[in-house]
Design a protein around this ligand. Structure first.
Ligand SMILES: [Zn+2]
Length: 160
């Protein structure tokens, strides 16, 4: 069984050290998710008699990123500090430090090394993988294609 889901979302990010993308900027991302389950039919039929995974579960994971500033917590040039309900982010782009302070709700701090389309698509694959394993699926694959612009995309995979 294969299901697919796609949607656009808007987010801001920056890639420290990149000559152009080191500056704060945004994209309308287009995300395409494909989940294939082989076997386990009894499991998903028992879980939801008429569908494999509720699209709302995928939507919830992806839309956590919508209309937020995406920050890669594990990037060596980014420092994140939290104080009460605010976040202070500092990053070095080789031309000097950038500093931004926003309410925590405006920022998503992600456990990844960069917010490139490659790292973001891998992050989404991992989140969906964890969701499927928590639902006790054992034999499945996940593919996430993430388009940053009409001309560029990255695709990450898990499984089969
Ligand atoms: Zn970008």
């Amino acid at each position: 069984m294969k299901i697919t889901w796609e949607k656009t979302f808007d987010a801001a990010h920056f890639l420290p050290g990149h000559p152009k993308c080191g500056r704060l900027h945004g994209h309308t991302y287009h995300v395409f998710v494909e989940i294939v389950v082989q076997g386990d039919e009894d499991l998903w039929l028992e879980r939801h008699p008429h569908y494999l995974m509720d699209y709302a579960e995928i939507k919830e994971i992806v839309m956590e990123l919508d209309h937020r500033l995406l920050v890669a917590e594990d990037h060596e040039k980014i420092r994140c500090g939290k104080a009460s309900d605010r976040c202070r982010i500092v990053w070095d782009d080789n031309k000097g430090d950038h500093l931004i302070e926003l309410p925590q709700d405006d920022i998503v701090i992600l456990p990844i090394t960069d917010t490139s389309a490659e790292c973001l698509s891998q992050y989404l694959v991992e989140r969906i993988r964890i969701e499927l394993q928590a639902a006790e699926f054992t034999s499945f694959s996940v593919r996430v294609k993430l388009k940053e612009t009409p001309n560029t995309s990255a695709e990450a995979f898990y499984g089969i």
